[in-house]
Design a protein. Structure first.
Length: 280
């Protein structure tokens, strides 16, 4: 992960939450009070975000002592103790909500990803995430996908070229778009991979004719058409299925032989995993 961006995220999140002070704690708890808390799992799932959570505690107060029991990627069940923290009560309570927000969301994403990955057992198809992420939390959410057994697609607009329908339409067609990208990448000396989205067999045929790309995304193809498209591509390029694919139809697409299936719901339509932080 990009530690610099994570550091900035944590700083902004703490500032957003604390403002000019945690007046709930300051008004009823002595500044010198010491305490201990434990982070508990309250439902089954895959744990993610532990390292970030520990980092948040330490950012709030470097003197907080952490005892870690369960690592990222572990299967957890209700009652499991993930970690214990000891320090000044003011600082433990300042970190509480942010630690839970991050770890609950990341664990929810990892758990959901794990469910998708399990459906693909025995196939060579991998699950991809997308850019449909929470602004400011993309690094965390994509890390959670990896924890759950998925694969990160491009991180942003800068690390891969993806020619989608709007790019192609504005550029004047597939051939013009691909050639323009090839010239641009050569001029800028950027060794980026090129992916092209196709909406039908006409566009697929044009991409195969033009060539010079790395991956073809089959957008909103039926299972039958996906199988036919994979046969036409015949291993010349990586293949990715996308659009309207659910956990129930996932396996059927994988059995068509696609290399990847991208699922936006991994990060933009998830349920956070229930965790709690309790004094003891």
């Amino acid at each position: 992960m990009n530690n610099e961006l994570i550091e900035k995220f944590v700083e902004i999140a703490i500032r957003e939450d604390i403002g000019d002070g945690d007046h709930s704690s300051r008004s009823c708890i002595p500044e010198t009070a010491e305490g201990k808390v434990k982070l508990l799992a309250k439902e089954d799932g895959i744990l993610s975000g532990v390292e970030i959570g520990v980092g948040i505690f330490k950012k709030v107060d470097p003197n907080i002592e952490i005892e870690l029991f369960i690592k990222d990627g572990s299967i957890i069940k209700p009652g499991d103790i993930v970690l214990k923290a000891k320090g000044k009560v003011w600082f433990l309570l300042q970190a509480e909500r942010l630690v839970l927000n991050v770890m609950q969301r990341m664990s929810g994403i990892a758990t959901r990803t794990g469910e998708y990955v399990a459906r693909l057992e025995g196939t060579s198809t991998r699950i991809l995430d997308t850019r449909k992420t929470t602004p400011g939390m993309r690094l965390l959410e994509k890390e959670a996908v990896k924890t759950g057994g998925g694969v990160n697609h491009r991180m942003g607009l800068y690390d891969m070229v993806m020619l989608k329908d709007n790019h192609i339409d504005f550029a004047g067609g597939i051939e013009k778009a691909i050639h323009a990208v090839q010239v641009y990448l050569k001029e800028k000396n950027k060794p980026l991979k090129i992916e092209v989205e196709v909406r039908d067999f006409t566009e697929l045929g044009e991409v195969l004719r033009v060539g010079g790309i790395h991956r073809i995304m089959l957008d909103n193809f039926s299972v039958a058409d996906t199988k036919k498209a994979v046969e036409l591509i015949d291993g010349r390029y990586e293949t990715e299925s996308s659009g309207g694919i659910t956990i129930d139809t996932l396996r059927a697409y994988a059995e068509c032989g696609v290399d990847y299936i991208s699922v936006g719901a991994l990060t933009h339509h998830i349920k956070s995993l229930d965790l709690s932080l309790k004094a003891y």
